[in-house]
Ligand binder design. Structure first.
Ligand SMILES: Cc1cc2nc3c(=O)[nH]c(=O)nc-3n(C[C@H](O)[C@H](O)[C@H](O)COP(=O)(O)OP(=O)(O)OC[C@H]3O[C@@H](n4cnc5c(N)ncnc54)[C@H](O)[C@@H]3O)c2cc1C
Length: 322
């Protein structure tokens, strides 16, 4: 995952530090997709200007890939950027962009050479408050409601030529690489949410009594706890393995997909079962397990749906068949 070795990671923003400490904003949203592309492909000047403040936590960053017609099929991007003298002029729109209206900068993928297909997509850095950029309403989401998600419109948005991130036409390859790393972060989020649900269920199974006995003494409840324990242990090991491979500079695309697929699906089961252990109380907003279940639901969708990941894994083990 992104390790700011050059820049002190300590945030200068007291508000942001407090929010992270209270876990209102998962770290994935702060140093994740909006910053990783700059760490991987940025010039020194881009890193100093955009990565340093994001890594210090002075501001949040965003990653604008998805469009109304281009989610899983992100290569179908329609947003376009044309070079006009020393500036890129961007037109189009993005959907479902985490942090968009509050981000200090947004990495935006856009078609720069339409006739080249996926090899004609590039990535550009758009700073906050660039004229011509506007945002849709904050999406009213099922979960993760502490994180802002909105659409973005680009109407002749101009950014300097040197805000191109990496090479022209490499945007598609770049975001595949960025998503590989992001998937480890999502898998880690899944482990964190599942851990919280597991610990709550464990406490409740010890304390809640029915028919004069703690519910944890009933085998059907104890089995749910045991299954949660196994799922968590397995998911955590997969996350560590994928992260270790990445840290070693070894290939990790398959392992990141395996970790994200398994951890997100296992975490959903763990959160579901935690509600079951709580019975009717688990269905109430008074208890955290209700929110954890809603929050965890996104993790089989964002940064590669479970269906897409099964395809990635199958292709990596089967090889090219056609
Ligand atoms: C809360 C939230 C935050 C988000 N944040 C961001 C962000 O910060 N930046 C960003 O760029 N995007 C973001 N997204 C978008 C997210 O990455 C996409 O929603 C996701 O990639 C799926 O795309 P889609 O919604 O268009 O679904 P679709 O691609 O339309 O898929 C619909 C269904 O079809 C299945 N499907 C599609 N193609 C295939 C296939 N080839 N094989 C098998 N099944 C297939 C999918 O698995 C899914 O079940 C966010 C989304 C949400 C909900």
């Amino acid at each position: 995952m992104l390790r700011p070795t050059v820049w002190p990671p300590r945030s200068r923003s007291r508000r942001l530090r407090a929010a992270v400490a209270q876990q209102r904003w998962p770290m994935q949203h702060i140093i994740g997709l909006g910053s990783a592309p700059i760490a991987l492909f940025g010039t020194r000047e881009q890193k100093e200007r955009f990565l340093a403040p994001a890594a210090r936590g002075d501001y949040l960053a965003a990653f604008g890939l998805t469009e109304a017609h281009a989610g899983s099929d992100a290569g179908a991007t329609r947003t376009a950027a044309v070079l006009d003298g020393d500036e890129w002029v961007i037109n189009g729109s993005k959907m479902w962009i985490t942090n968009a209206p509050i981000a200090g900068h947004i990495i935006v993928t856009a078609v720069t050479d339409r006739e080249r297909g996926k090899k004609g997509i590039s990535a550009l850095i758009v700073p906050r408050a660039t004229p011509g950029m506007s945002f849709g309403k904050h999406e009213s989401k099922m979960g993760l409601r502490g994180s802002v998600t909105a659409a973005i419109s680009f109407d002749n948005v101009r950014v300097p030529k040197n805000n191109l991130l990496g090479e022209r036409g490499r945007g598609f390859i770049q975001f595949l690489q960025v998503l590989d790393g992001g998937r480890i972060g999502i898998a880690a989020m899944a482990v964190g949410l599942a851990q919280a649900a597991y610990e709550a269920a464990l406490r409740y199974a010890r304390e809640r009594e029915t028919f004069g006995k703690a519910i944890g003494t009933y085998q059907s409840v104890a089995n749910m706890i045991a299954d949660m324990d196994v799922a968590l242990e397995t998911a955590r090991t997969m996350v560590y393995r994928a992260a270790w491979l990445k840290d070693q500079g070894r290939p990790f695309t398959r392992e990141a997909a395996v970790a994200k697929l398994y951890a997100s699906e296992a975490a959903e089961r763990v959160c579901r079962d935690a509600i079951q252990v709580f019975g009717g109380y688990g269905y109430s907003q008074e208890f955290a397990v209700e929110r954890l279940y809603r929050d965890v639901r996104l993790l089989t969708i964002g940064e590669g749906t479970s269906e897409i990941l099964r395809g990635v894994i199958a292709r990596s083990v089967l090889g090219a068949l056609d």
